[in-house]
Design a binder for this molecule. Structure first.
Ligand code: GAP
Length: 497
């Protein structure tokens, strides 16, 4: 199994991600987030919003509608430029992106070996006859059509009549919702440059060759910032837009490593001139080392004043900021850090995945940053036949669930329960045992202490139940290190690892 297959299988087995409409055979490249997937996804969005919007004085948020006025897409250039060149196989009718066709292995029926079928690695020639791919890479038989431009936007109709006048599109990026609201935000929030507007929301692209699980899908979610800068100002001895661009690149890189991506798995890619989008002066991508190779995790573009000027031209409304000092109207330049929620989630999953050997057994774990972990605490009873243990465990779950996502599980023996939680990345397990509750029939009082086990080290400490909110507050909310918090409590007699 490839690293991607391992993650796809874990995601399905443990309720992170399912194929959309699976019982009907699935929908191409659409995915449903299951009970644990939705928590992980919400946590990523929550920390991104908190770190980049709520904690910064120069940022505000927005939630624009998905369906927008069709002229938005004319002004933005999407109607004319948001296209990929595609070719079709005349035989099997499969469709490919013309610019990616030689990046895939190809099927070849080799005449030098009596027509035997070979699958030849991408870009290579046949070892037997020296031929290079000329036909359909999939069926190996059909001629390909000449490339045609294919617009990636999903068309739909607004209102009850399906006619040309009512055509609109599902947004292919959230950015345009921000540009068209630039003046509304400026006026209502009394902002000065530089400031940014952030938005998290769904985007839709009719990708010709989606794939690699949730990496490239047709419905996905973006976390975008449009940061408006006065290009006439200087910052760090340079044009302000250029200096802000570098600051945002550094901030985004630091953000991904803060939440667990190994910096060795992330690198920058500077777009060459011929790679730049029509609106961009400079674009730098953060690439992550995905199993299929280094690929775009997010992009940070300098979109200049292109979008505001286009929308001003098409709408007839002025989209400027008045510089009181210089007494002039300025069309801001825009720095755009744009990340995909689904790609971030895939990278966090891949980077967190570990297989270890513990006492001769395989242990699979997801070493999620505690803030990203879907479940923070699992309460586990050592013996489910003892009603006091079960009742205490369930009470604890109710108590802790007021502040953190906490589950109760008594469906297996303790060693198995620990493994299950490791595999979904739960940072802490709390175990209730006989010593906790005592034995009323024998007149033995319980010590009212429980065992806390930490996922990565598997260390266990014994903690009074009354202290749990304090301990988890320090670990999960105040960023306390396990080593420091655990030092105040005695180690537990090991139940199991
Ligand atoms: N507003 C700029 C913009 O949309 P982009 O590079 O096309 O730029 C930004 O997209 C990010 O959105 C990408 O870096 C990626 O994380 C995510 N993204 C784009 N297309 C995607 C797709 N088909 N499936 C999943 N994520 C996608």
């Amino acid at each position: 199994m490839t690293a991607m297959d391992v993650i796809v299988s874990l995601c399905k087995r443990r309720g992170f991600i399912f194929q959309s409409s699976e019982i009907y055979g699935g929908t191409g490249s659409c995915w449903d987030y299951g009970p644990l997937g939705v928590e992980l996804r919400n946590n990523i969005k929550h920390v991104w919003w908190r770190d980049f919007v709520q904690q910064r004085a120069d940022m505000v948020g927005l939630d624009a509608s998905i369906l927008m006025h069709p002229t938005v897409w004319k002004a933005s250039g999407h109607v004319d430029h948001f296209t990929d060149p595609m070719v079709d196989c005349r035989e099997c009718k499969r469709r490919f992106r013309a610019d990616q066709i030689d990046d895939r292995p190809w099927t070849h029926y080799c005449e030098a070996t009596k027509g035997n079928k070979f699958i030849i690695p991408a870009g290579e020639a046949c070892k037997h006859c020296g031929a290079r791919r000329a036909l359909c890479p999939e069926c190996g038989k059909g001629e390909l059509t000449a490339p045609r431009q294919f617009n990636l936007m999903f068309k739909t109709f607004m209102g009850p009549v399906e006619e040309d006048a009512s055509v609109t599109y599902l947004r292919p990026e959230t950015a345009q919702g921000i540009f068209v609201n630039f003046d509304n935000v400026l006026q209502s929030m009394r902002r000065k440059l530089p400031f940014g507007i952030a938005q998290i929301g769904k985007a839709f692209r009719n990708e010709i060759t989606p794939g690699n699980f949730i990496f490239r899908s047709r419905e996905f979610e973006q976390m975008e910032i449009e940061f408006f800068v006065n290009p006439h100002e200087q910052l760090d001895g340079r044009a302000a837009d250029e200096a802000w661009h570098d600051r945002w690149i550094a901030d985004c890189q630091a953000w991904f490593s803060r939440y667990g991506l190994d910096p060795a798995h992330v690198k920058l890619h500077e777009h060459a001139r011929d790679e730049l989008a029509h609106y961009s002066k400079r674009t730098v991508d953060l690439l992550y080392e995905f199993p299929m190779g280094w690929s775009e995790l997010m992009g940070i573009a300098n979109r200049t004043d292109f979008d505001l000027k286009q929308h001003a031209k098409f709408s007839g409304k002025s989209l400027t900021w008045f510089d009181e000092e210089r007494k002039e109207h300025v069309v801001p330049f825009v720095i755009e850090p744009s990340a995909g929620v689904d790609r971030a989630l895939l990278a966090f999953l891949l980077d967190a995945y570990r297989e270890e050997e513990v006492r001769g057994d395989k242990r699979v774990l997801l070493r999620f940053h505690p803030e990203l972990a879907p479940v923070k605490i699992a309460v586990l009873p050592l013996l489910k036949k003892r009603t006091e243990i079960v009742a205490t465990g369930q009470d604890l779950r109710t108590r802790l669930a007021r502040r953190w996502v906490t589950i109760y599980d008594d469906t297996a023996a303790i060693g198995r329960l620990y493994r299950r939680q490791d595999e979904v990345g739960t940072p802490y397990c709390v175990t209730v045992d006989v010593k906790t509750v005592g034995d009323a029939e024998k007149g033995e009082a319980g010590d009212q202490r429980v065992t806390i086990r930490e996922r990565d080290s598997m260390e266990q400490i014994r903690v009074p139940m009354a202290d749990l909110e304090n301990v988890f507050g320090r670990l999960l909310q105040e960023g306390g290190a396990w080593r420091d918090v655990a030092a105040a409590y005695p180690p537990a007699g090991e139940l199991s690892v």
